[in-house]
Design a binder for this molecule. Structure first.
Ligand SMILES: *[C@@H]1O[C@H](CO)[C@@H](O)[C@H](O)[C@H]1NC(C)=O
Ligand SMILES: *[C@@H]1O[C@H](CO)[C@@H](O)[C@H](O)[C@H]1NC(C)=O
Length: 235
């Protein structure tokens, strides 16, 4: 009898374990593949015929920050014949990369147009969230600081939405998707660039404006590229 009871108990434990496993697999599977392609589209426009630059950034990475002005300048220069999609890769050795990336996903959900201003804010103030500067801070206090900062950038009226954004599992999953997407593209450092799906030569180190022009000019069919309007045929 005793043996039977023990066997039964073991069976029940086994059943619970299997159930947990199934649930875990289900939970794990609900964000792969994601409902929509990862990435933030600059200027909210991406024409299918345009040259597509994909940038992989970590919002608290100094090299990502340093690469942004030249890339922004070049995108502005060409106008609509060139599109930019930014993917986030929160690097594991940057302690606050994940929470900063999550903040960007939260902002993107609240006001798409505020995403890039928020990214630029991180680039400007990322020193606040470096490893050494936050070494003695708890996760909770960093998150609190993050909510405060995001509120300052996108507006007081969003305060409670931003706060609840950090407790919303969805924003956590979106950030994980960003990480997994970068990994699936073979990206393990930032900044990292693809142009029309092809790895930019010498990637990992930022290009300056001239370097970008050298890459993009031939693709948009012009050496001068001064007059973005002349590319209207492209659309
Ligand atoms: C969304 O963000 C943009 C850019 O920061 C801003 O101009 C606009 O007023 C914001 N819209 C709302 C509804 O908050
Ligand atoms: C962290 O705490 C240590 C020990 O109290 C202190 O020496 C160090 O300066 C602190 N670092 C920062 C960035 O506050």
């Amino acid at each position: 009898m005793r043996g039977n009871k023990q066997a039964m108990r073991q069976s029940v434990v086994l059943l619970i374990c299997m159930l947990c496993l199934v649930l875990e697999v289900k939970v794990g599977a609900d964000y792969i593949p994601p409902a929509r392609l990862d990435g933030f589209v600059y200027r909210n426009q991406h024409h299918p015929d345009s040259v597509l630059i994909e940038a992989f950034f970590d919002p608290v990475c100094p090299d990502s920050r340093d690469s942004w002005p030249a890339l922004k300048q070049v995108i502005t220069h060409y106008g609509s014949p060139v599109s930019l999609v930014v993917h986030l890769l929160p690097l594991p050795y940057h302690d606050n990369a994940f929470v900063a990336s999550r903040a960007l996903h939260i902002v993107n959900a609240l006001n798409k147009s505020a995403t890039f201003p928020m990214l630029e804010w991180f680039f400007k103030h990322q020193g606040k969230f470096y490893n050494a500067q936050t070494k003695n801070l708890s996760r909770a206090s960093i998150e609190k600081e993050m909510v405060k900062s995001v509120t300052e950038v996108i507006g007081r009226s969003y305060y409670s939405s931003i706060k609840s954004g950090f407790n919303d599992r969805k924003t956590d999953l979106h950030t994980r998707v960003s990480f997994k997407y970068a990994a699936s593209r073979g990206v393990s450092e930032t900044p990292f660039f693809y142009v029309n799906g092809f790895l930019l030569p010498g990637t990992g180190s930022a290009l300056d404006y001239k370097g970008w022009r050298k890459v993009i000019d031939p693709l948009v069919g012009s050496n001068s590229g001064k007059n973005a309007e002349s590319f209207n045929w492209f659309l």
